[in-house]
Ligand binder design. Structure first.
Ligand code: ZN
Length: 395
């Protein structure tokens, strides 16, 4: 593919400092790469909105079905990825990349898998800037990561999310209700990065905390002057690159018609899709329960899944942690009946529900609450060796 040539710049301003301290982001996270985009004249590509490569034939707005990664029969959207050895050589790089991808894999039905022979795949390469194509383009497509500018979980996720078919949050059709673009402070020639598109907003709200939102001072021509000001409250932080927001996750699952969720209230109830009517075939749903500080108690208030030998057809599985690599609290379970309460050892628990292509039942309803003891836990990336091994989380 023609590589867009780009020179990078950094925006370092007071407001970034504020956001950084609010989110406790290490200092290098603030230096979001800014592409100044001299497009190669022979290229059939052009960088728009700072870091998105659009092929000229494709409308930026109309990502048709060929632009989305296909869903396989198990309900998962598998996106093959190849990571440059340049990144694999260094533990810190491969850890960031692995953790960024793991979060998609855990929270959404998009599963980044190690590319073997697949025709359509993403190649993560070192770049002079941070950039990506918009949606699946067919064949190999690159995601460029600048070693000094976008080596943070959220910045990597930002570029990967472009490749899944997402634009910048502040380019949404309804953005004028939520932010004001301060055109007088936008660097001359960079106004194109602040365009508004006739986007499909998926029926989900505008998200200031999206990893797809620009920072307040991006492309500013004046130190300390914001180019994007949230309205009505200008102090709302924007531009975080800590990790996918709840709405980022919801939007990915909605766009790809999946059913995974993050639950973060101290107590909540959830159920299979359509409960108490029949759940759909070929679904693969996850509920990540991630509450502050306390261990989690889970109980099933109703349970009715298609029975099968060894529960190979439809089943529930519960993990004591935040990914399908975590230890199993409750292995494949199906049929009808009452289940014992489950207790996570810490403040994260993952509930997985899988249905096959035939015979559904009413499904389940479950509720959880928090224990009294403090038991918070930050999982370290246990997949930082994905350059050497398969990053696909096998069940
Ligand atoms: Zn972008």
């Amino acid at each position: 593919w023609p590589m867009p040539s780009a020179s990078e710049g950094m925006s370092r301003t007071g407001n970034h400092q504020m956001i950084r301290s609010l989110l406790s982001i290490p200092s290098f996270w603030q230096t979001e790469a800014r592409d100044t985009i001299p497009v190669h004249p022979e290229s059939d590509s052009t960088l728009q909105e700072g870091d998105i490569v659009f092929r000229r034939k494709r409308s930026a707005i109309n990502c048709d079905s060929s632009c989305f990664w296909p869903k396989s029969s198990d309900g998962l959207v598998k996106v093959p990825v190849n990571v440059s050895t340049e990144f694999c050589k260094l533990l810190v790089y491969r850890t960031w990349i692995a953790e960024a991808m793991q979060e998609f894999t855990t929270l959404t039905c998009v599963q980044f898998i190690n590319r073997t022979t697949e025709t359509n795949y993403i190649s993560v390469v070192p770049g002079e800037s941070c950039w990506s194509h918009f949606g699946k383009i067919g064949g190999m497509q690159q995601v460029g990561l600048m070693k000094t500018g976008c080596m943070s979980k959220g910045a990597i996720q930002h570029e990967m999310n472009h490749a899944l078919g997402f634009l910048h949050e502040q380019s949404r059709s309804d953005r004028d209700n939520y932010v004001k673009i301060m055109w007088e402070y936008v660097i001359a020639g960079e106004q194109g990065n602040f365009g508004k598109v006739n986007s499909n907003n998926l029926g989900l709200p505008y998200d200031y905390s999206s990893v797809m939102h620009y920072g307040a001072n991006d492309f500013s021509n004046t130190s300390g002057k914001a180019t994007i000001v949230p309205i009505p409250d200008p102090s709302v932080p924007i531009g975080q690159r800590e990790g996918l927001s709840n709405l980022d996750v919801a939007k990915i699952n909605k766009l790809y018609n999946c059913c995974s969720n993050v639950l973060h209230k101290p107590n909540d109830t959830f159920s299979s899709v359509n409960y108490p009517s029949s759940y759909p075939d070929n679904s693969n749903c996850l509920w990540l329960i991630r509450i502050p500080q306390h261990q989690i108690f889970l109980q099933f208030d109703a349970f009715d899944l298609q029975p099968s030998p060894d529960c190979t057809s439809d089943y529930i599985r519960v993990y004591d942690g935040s990914s399908r690599n975590s230890s199993v609290l409750l292995d494949k379970l199906c049929g009808m009946g009452s289940l014992p309460s489950l207790v996570a050892s810490r403040n994260v628990m993952l509930v997985e529900f899988v249905s096959d292509e035939a015979t559904a039942a009413t499904g389940f309803q479950a509720s959880y609450s928090q224990g009294e003891d403090s038991a918070s836990f930050t999982e370290l990336g246990d997949i930082s060796n994905f350059c050497l091994a398969n990053i696909h989380v096998q069940n």
